[in-house]
Design a protein around this ligand. Structure first.
Ligand code: KE4
Length: 426
């Protein structure tokens, strides 16, 4: 038995499913997860000493690669000054100042310790600001695991949401309505059916949690217009896209300005950080300034702030990184498209991509769900065995970072060729 398997057996005795986050368990691709011992650049190494080119990148934070010297040194300095104070520190001010400088329309932020917390809190602000209870999300979009976001569409006759997880009460679910991504009519229908009742529409500006599905032309601007018309606040969940698509995130990349934002991942540099924000007016509702209570023991933690600040400063001062990672992802996407030769569809936005095992054009959740997940599982393990670590689910994004280079691109395409050639009839 390998050390990975020994650890997984131990883990399953004390951690539900042997993991601290479900997607890590390899359930949708089969097999046992790899327990990672260390990481550097674009590579991770498991406890059995096997090394992989990493396209999970901790699910997005490691845009500069693992163990980047600028981030490591900033963390080492911060650790020398103490781990946590439970009191304000300069780094949280500096990170908030940089974020509000970089993101158009972002005037004030509150730090949290996860993206889930950021989304949960920003929805509370939206409900208070509008005096309305309902929110609209999109099927297939994921916004963390707060109750109101673990909801799916009710039956056709109903516009009320129904729980999409155990333990979420029906009463809570009823206030979350579900629309179809890239389908503006589905949003206007829900807004018309719930006049004056919808506090917010929350959207991943680039859907990445159904796999990468780009917004159709006019979709995001259409949401902006619909929300303005109905007095509903538009929330961009930029936990993935924030500071990834550009230094100003998706709102700058697409030129559409939401009322409120949620952030995470990259602003933590690998440490636990989330944030939410918007106009000073809307954020003035947040305690202790206003009536919306929101708090956190480790919010603005000095070590986490140091990591996020180091990464964001580097991205701001080296904006050529965006062209570099987008260029790598473009080469990877076009290479994979050619190699798959119609057996898979590759979607890409910036440095995010997904290989969908379907011949269909994937521009909706239903199209994404038509993918053959068994084939993805075989592809995943074929690539893993060749030293390429992909997301262990068809419905996730691949994350390219600045440490991925030509040799990794060649190795990835070569491994993919071995899979697809092996699949082609002789
Ligand atoms: P966290 O609570 O995991 O920090 O963030 C939740 C979240 C919110 N919004 C978006 C758009 C997200 O993608 C996420 C979390 N992303 C997943 C990956 N698809 C995290 C991986 C995991 O759950 O283990």
């Amino acid at each position: 038995m390998s050390e990975n398997e020994r650890l997984f057996e131990r883990a399953k005795r004390v951690l539900p499913g042997g993991v601290n986050s479900p997607v890590r368990a390899f359930k949708s691709v089969g097999g046992s997860p790899r327990f990672i011992a260390n990481s550097d650049g674009c590579r991770i190494t498991d406890v059995d000493g096997a090394s992989y080119i990493d396209y999970v990148s901790s699910w997005g934070p490691m845009i500069l690669g693992h163990n980047h010297s600028v981030i490591r040194e900033a963390v080492e300095r911060a650790v020398g000054n103490g781990l946590s104070y439970g009191a304000p520190c300069a780094a949280e001010v500096e990170l908030a100042e940089l974020m509000t400088e970089l993101v158009p329309g972002l005037e004030m932020v509150r730090m949290t310790s996860s993206g889930t917390e950021a989304v949960m809190s920003v929805l509370r602000v939206a409900r208070y600001a509008t005096g309305r209870d309902k929110v609209i999300k999109f099927e297939g979009c994921y916004h963390g695991h707060s109750d109101a976001m673990l909801v799916k569409a009710g039956s056709g006759a109903l516009t009320f949401g129904v729980a999409d997880s155990g333990g979420v009460s029906g009463e809570v679910a009823a206030f979350t309505l579900t629309a179809s991504y890239n389908d503006l009519d589905s949003v206007s229908d829900l807004l018309d059916a719930n006049p004056g009742q919808v506090a917010a529409v929350i959207v991943e500006p680039v859907a990445a949690n159904m796999g990468v599905v780009p917004p159709r032309g006019g979709f995001l601007s259409g949401l902006r217009e619909l929300c303005s018309k109905h007095g509903t606040l538009l929330i961009f969940d930029e936990v993935i896209t924030g500071f990834r698509l550009s230094v100003g995130g998706a709102s700058e990349f697409y030129g559409v300005r939401p009322d409120l934002f949620a952030f995470g991942k990259i602003i933590g540099g690998g440490m636990p950080v989330g944030a939410f924000g918007g106009s000073a007016e809307l954020m003035s509702y947040v305690a202790p300034l206003g009536a919306v209570y929101q708090a956190g023991t480790l919010s603005g933690n000095p070590v986490a702030m140091a990591a996020g600040l180091a990464q964001l400063r580097y991205l701001n001062e080296h904006r050529e990184v965006y062209a570099q990672i987008d260029g790598y992802a473009a080469g990877l996407a076009s290479g994979l498209t050619e190699i798959a030769n119609g057996k898979a569809t590759v979607n890409r936005v910036g440095s995010l991509l997904t290989v969908f095992f379907t011949a269909r054009n994937v521009d909706s959740y239903s199209a994404a769900k038509s993918s053959d997940t068994d084939s993805y599982g075989k592809f995943f393990h074929s690539m893993l065995n060749r030293g390429i670590y992909l997301p262990p689910s068809q419905f996730e994004a691949w994350f390219v970072g600045a440490a991925h280079g030509d040799s990794e691109l060649d190795a990835t395409l070569s491994a993919a060729s071995s899979y697809f050639d092996g699949e082609s009839p002789k």
